[in-house]
Ligand binder design. Structure first.
Ligand code: GLU
Length: 289
């Protein structure tokens, strides 16, 4: 079976040199391996994703000379698949609803921090204190019945107890040079949100379901997602999905060493193209042959 690679952008802005590097690397690796390249549109966040950004993704990738298989999978068309996975985890007793607003969580954490340091996740956000985990079923049902907004969280301790210990195969390099068989550390993330009342999925859940449904064998993406891979591996274990291999690549940075953002015009592909850059120039700028 030929290997299957994918590039999975979110249409919440225009692509920049960092996306070009990731997309071209996936394209080159797929070609070298005689494999397939899929394009997936990760558009679960209806408040930030826009059709014109999706159109621009197709246009910019085609301009770069990248070819992908169609039809393109758009995550917003597959909420039922993600909901089925949530139901499966729920049946295992690993999901609970939490009703606190962001401000309430911040207050709870501030209370914890008054007593000493409180752990933060790899993105720097304080871990959810787990307050709603012990809410009685009646109280949960009443709040849901009243229409209260909620997030569905993974009971991390219970999930890890169920899944045991596991690794992933890393062809790239994570922080501190981690490569080869990397031990997953999902506990670093606490009780992550897997779905919300208004968006019945999350990045972590949909990426795992789609990589499995699409038969992806090789996930090649930025090193900023290296530590999220622990959560992805945990979900694969719990849902009985076979894991792809991972290659996390370095990020393209601006002259000041900052991670590129979709709003920085200087490194936007459209701006570079308007200034006369060619696809060959883009390859040279991101250090690809
Ligand atoms: N959609 C994610 C992003 O644009 C990438 C997801 C992934 O490659 O796993 O950052």
């Amino acid at each position: 079976m030929p290997p299957v690679f994918r590039f999975a952008p979110s249409p919440n802005g225009y692509l920049h040199l960092g996306h070009a590097y990731s997309a071209l690397l996936n394209f080159d690796l797929a070609r070298q391996a005689g494999g397939r390249l899929l394009l997936r549109i990760e558009d679960i966040d209806a408040t930030r994703c826009r059709p014109e950004f999706e159109e621009a993704i197709y246009e910019d990738l085609a301009w770069l000379g990248i070819a992908w298989e169609t039809p393109v999978r758009r995550q917003s068309e597959h909420f039922a698949a993600y909901r089925a996975a949530i139901d499966g985890l729920s049946e295992q007793g690993l999901i609970y609803p939490s009703f606190e607003s962001r401000a309430e969580i911040a207050r709870l954490v501030a209370g914890k921090e008054a007593a000493g340091p409180w752990p933060r996740d790899p993105d720097g956000a304080p871990l959810y204190p787990g307050t709603a985990r012990s809410l009685h079923t009646d109280a949960r049902d009443r709040l849901i019945g009243q229409g209260a907004p909620f997030a569905l969280r993974l009971d991390m301790a219970a999930a890890i107890a169920r899944a045991g210990e596991f690794c992933w195969h890393e062809h790239g390099e994570g922080p501190a040079g981690a490569t080869g068989e990397v031990a997953a550390r999902p506990e670093d993330w606490g009780d992550v949100i897997l779905a919300r009342k208004e968006t019945p999925t999350s990045y972590h859940l949909s990426v795992v379901i789609d990589d499995a449904l699409q038969g992806v064998t090789d996930v090649v993406r930025g090193v900023d997602l290296f530590r999220s891979t622990s959560v992805h591996r945990l979900l694969q274990q719990l849902l009985g999905l076979s894991p792809p291999a991972y290659r996390h690549h370095p990020l393209i940075r601006d002259d000041a060493g900052r991670k590129l953002s979709k709003s920085t015009r200087a490194t936007g592909l459209r701006e570079l193209r308007a200034e006369g850059a060619s696809p060959v120039d883009i390859r040279r700028l991101v250090g690809l042959p």
